[in-house]
Design a protein around this ligand. Structure first.
Ligand code: GDP
Length: 204
């Protein structure tokens, strides 16, 4: 059983050299703007407005670190894939995300969020390709699942498996911040990978 004891917003960074210490296992969250990333992080840490739930796409342009129980960090990456920004701005965010992902020995898993009503877009496919190329472990979270029924959920899983051939069923979690479906699965995935960390034993 996982008990949330301490949740701290540590800092926002744009450059990897400012990463917080101590170094702990990191679990990153990525996805297109408006995919429900802030709502998911709030749900995971049982807070209503911890990560900023924003109505204006693309507000979060920093990498935000949340420290949980002195055991691991949840890392909120900037949202991608919205239309109303310049090409150069897009490029600089992409660089920020890539630099974070590639130069990080503590990164355990990237959770990539896909909105069940939007499905896969080109920017998601590019990210998956990039993660696979760099051998970075990822799990797909299908968000806002309360907006579709069980049939719809099965359908989107089949579509993901058909499009992303290297992905298996275990790498897909169906989630809703409204019903909290999938929350335990995400936490279990995180705990599975922090079990070998010395501080984890005291906190479980
Ligand atoms: P972010 O931009 O990725 O951080 O997305 P937000 O968490 O700010 O959510 C974007 C919009 O989707 C907001 O209007 C949320 O209320 C809505 N939303 C987020 N999660 C869910 C969910 O699980 N179910 C439903 N129905 N709406 C959600």
């Amino acid at each position: 059983m996982f008990t949330l004891k301490e949740v701290i917003f540590v800092k926002s960074i744009v450059d990897q050299k400012n990463r917080p210490k101590p170094y702990l296992p990191e679990f990153a969250f990525a996805g297109r703007s408006n995919v429900g990333k802030s709502s998911l992080i709030n749900c995971l840490v049982n807070r209503s407005n911890f990560a900023h739930v924003s109505k204006s796409p693309g507000k979060t342009r920093t990498i935000n670190y949340y420290q949980i129980n002195d055991v691991f960090y949840l890392v909120d990456l900037p949202g991608y894939g919205f239309a109303r920004v310049s090409k150069s701005e897009k490029k600089s965010w992409q660089k920020m995300i890539e630099n974070y992902l590639i130069h990080n020995h503590y990164l355990k898993t990237v959770f990539v969020l896909i909105d069940c009503k939007v499905g896969l877009k080109k920017s998601d496919l590019e990210l998956f390709e990039w993660l696979q190329f760099h051998l970075i472990t990822f799990v797909i979270i299908v968000t806002k699942a309360d907006r579709i029924n069980r049939n719809g959920q099965s359908k989107i899983i089949s579509e993901l498996l058909a499009t992303l051939r290297q992905v298996n069923r275990k790498q897909i979690i169906i989630f809703s911040a409204k019903t909290r479906q999938g929350r335990e699965e995400i936490l279990a995935e995180i705990l599975r990978q922090t079990e070998d960390h010395p501080a984890a034993a005291q906190n479980n």
